[in-house]
Write a protein that binds this ligand. Structure first.
Ligand SMILES: CC(C)(COP(=O)(O)OP(=O)(O)OC[C@H]1O[C@@H](n2cnc3c(N)ncnc32)[C@H](O)[C@@H]1OP(=O)(O)O)[C@@H](O)C(=O)NCCC(=O)NCCS
Length: 169
């Protein structure tokens, strides 16, 4: 498996990531709620918004033949009056490539980027019913820090967070 950071020139991969963001919403929220939540144009713009490389990145993971089997998107968040932190906004791995460690590799990549940015906290939001993702983050030291309904769907969401100790390399 190989990780690759997308650039604005990777138009086919940007489309693919947008399609898989939609697939994630359908898988987590169901076809009725997830399928119509955002248009493909909105999702594509959302991917492009994260391509600047300084405050955010979109990373794909490929198999040995170069096929994209998954992606993650993360960014630096700097709320007023609070310490900046790293937010992983989405992760997806194709069903046939699951349980091979792809999401684990993507999570490690996000955390390395956060550390390189001097961020001391990492978090993500997901549905409280998303057992696979919660198990993945749990084994990486993330704890539930907050929960509340998502205004768009009414689904109960959980925020999973961990501190990122500064390591000397
Ligand atoms: C959640 C998801 C990204 C995991 O991807 P993956 O590449 O299969 O995960 P990994 O192989 O890296 O798994 C690492 C560890 O996470 C945990 N884990 C992953 N999937 C799991 C599952 N279905 N059930 C229980 N634990 C799971 C396990 O501890 C696993 O280690 P193990 O395989 O040695 O037991 C994938 O299932 C997915 O794309 N789901 C749909 C999209 C989604 O829900 N995205 C998040 C939206 S916020």
């Amino acid at each position: 498996m190989h990780l690759r950071v997308l650039t604005p020139l990777d138009t086919a991969d940007i489309d693919l990531v947008a399609q898989r963001m939609r697939a994630t919403l359908v898988e987590v929220e169901g076809e009725a709620a997830g399928g119509g939540m955002y248009s493909m144009d909105w999702l594509r713009d959302r991917v492009r918004w994260h391509l600047d490389g300084r405050a955010a990145e979109v990373v794909v993971i490929t198999d040995d033949d170069g096929g994209v089997i998954g992606h993650t998107i993360y960014r630096r968040e700097a709320p007023d009056g609070a310490l900046p932190f790293g937010l992983i906004s989405t992760t997806y791995v194709t069903p046939e490539a699951r349980r091979l460690g792809a999401a684990q590799r993507l999570l490690a990549r996000a955390e390395d980027w956060f550390r390189a940015q001097g961020l001391q906290m990492a978090c993500t939001w997901t549905s409280s019913t998303n057992t696979p993702l919660i198990a993945l983050y749990g084994r990486n030291g993330y704890l539930e820090a907050e929960r509340g309904p998502n205004g768009v769907t009414g689904t109960m969401m959980v925020r999973l967070a961990r501190s990122l100790p500064i390591t000397s390399r």
